[in-house]
Design a protein around this ligand. Structure first.
Ligand code: P1T
Length: 380
């Protein structure tokens, strides 16, 4: 079956007990057992819950993997994946990643004896050079948050295979509609389902998908043992969001293309970072591993923080807020918002300049989005 059909039906057969067409929300913490020491299909909702199982099956299907797991946030999924490792293990991570992931690695997991090296994976040899005897995991995002760099998943997977390290790809920016990292050699896909997968900015959630039985068994053990699971209502909302993922992503693609062209022509803009430009330096990789360029872009406004504040204040359709991937357009200033936990010196070295603005282009009428940006530019 094709993508939209799977998004609506995978894991979501009509309910056996009642015929309910939508997946019921199983508000229960525990399940009756046939007798002491005997277990039915479900025992306790941290371990498994039917609404969550439906979501996990659907997510696996959309990522073209065998196994999915749902978590209470993107960072909960990330934390659980990193718990596959042991004290003394080494991780290579992309240098441009979500600020919260960087903070988790640097300010939390380092304290538990994990070692981290951050490199620019746009050039795969940087990853290769960072490999150590104890390298067990490589973590990348593509496109990256917020600089929209493109990383060649296949090339990095060749390096991870040789090193016998797991390759984890955070696929949040693309969603499974536009990119399936397992197909290009990733071992685990991570999502913040808070974003495109949920799609309506009404929940926080995360997920993992893998094809590897051994990795899945350990992740499933950790999901239960660590306990960062989502409640049944959130699982229902993610499932509801997934049903329209394909049509939403088509519109995000279209709108972001028009907005990026508008920004590229504006004399108020220094540079636009958007993977869909025909002259993108990584256009071959874009073509090979992505089926669209998505709804995210960043741009540098000519001028400093005062100008940015004035610009953002004029906007009526775009909302100044962290997060992304919802139906409504959001705009934010990474240096003071999503990436404030990355030290300024490091931000500047990476290119997260103080005049960088990140946009999550929603699915509103694009004429209104362009008019809103025009209004903002008039004030700067
Ligand atoms: O917020 P949470 O569901 O825990 O997901 C964390 C996360 C993981 N990976 C990527 C690529 C992300 O962008 C995020 C969260 N990002 C934002 C809140 C943001 O505005 O960038």
């Amino acid at each position: 079956m094709r993508f939209s059909t799977r998004a609506i039906h995978a894991g979501q057969e009509p309910d056996l007990a009642t015929g309910s067409v939508t997946t019921p929300v199983y508000f229960t913490s525990t399940f009756q057992q046939p007798g002491p020491g005997k277990e039915g299909k479900y025992v306790y909702s941290r371990t498994a819950n039917p609404t969550r199982s439906a979501l996990e099956e659907c997510l696996a299907s959309l990522e073209e993997g065998r196994f999915g797991l749902a978590f209470s946030s993107g960072l909960a999924a990330t934390t659980t994946v990193l718990m596959l490792l042991r004290k003394g293990d080494h991780v290579i991570a992309g240098d441009d990643i979500y600020g919260g992931t960087y903070r988790l690695f640097e300010q939390v997991l380092r304290n538990y004896g994990l070692q981290f090296t951050f490199v620019d994976p746009q050039e795969p040899s940087n990853v290769e050079k960072a490999i150590r005897k104890n390298t067990r995991l490589i973590w990348i995002e593509t496109p990256t948050n917020p600089l929209m760099h493109i990383v060649d998943i296949k090339k990095i997977s060749r390096i991870s295979r040789r090193a016998k390290a797991l390759l984890v790809v955070d696929n949040t920016f693309m969603s499974p509609y536009l990119q399936n990292p397992l197909r290009h050699g990733a071992d685990i896909v991570v999502h913040s389902t808070t974003k495109y997968i949920g799609g309506h900015s009404d929940l926080v959630g995360g997920a993992t998908v893998t094809d590897d039985q051994k990795v899945q068994d350990r992740l499933k053990f950790l999901q239960n043992a660590v306990g960062a699971v989502p409640g049944p209502m959130d699982c229902f909302l993610v499932l509801r969001g997934l049903k329209t993922l394909a049509v939403r992503m088509e519109r995000h693609n279209q709108n972001a293309r028009i907005v990026s062209d508008f920004l590229a022509k504006s004399p108020k803009v220094e540079r636009v970072l958007y993977p869909g430009f025909l002259d993108h330096p990584q256009k071959d990789v874009v073509k090979r591993q992505m089926r669209g360029s998505g709804g995210m872009l960043s741009f540098q406004l000519i001028g400093g923080f005062e100008k940015i504040k004035r610009f953002l204040k004029q906007l009526r359709v775009f909302t100044v807020a962290e997060s992304l991937g919802g139906v409504e357009s959001l705009i934010e200033h990474p240096a003071s918002m999503t990436h404030a936990s990355v030290p300024r010196e490091r931000r500047l070295k990476l290119g997260i300049s103080d005049n960088l603005i990140r946009v999550s282009v929603g699915i509103e009428d694009v004429e209104d989005l362009v008019a809103d940006l025009e209004r903002g530019f008039k004030q700067v």
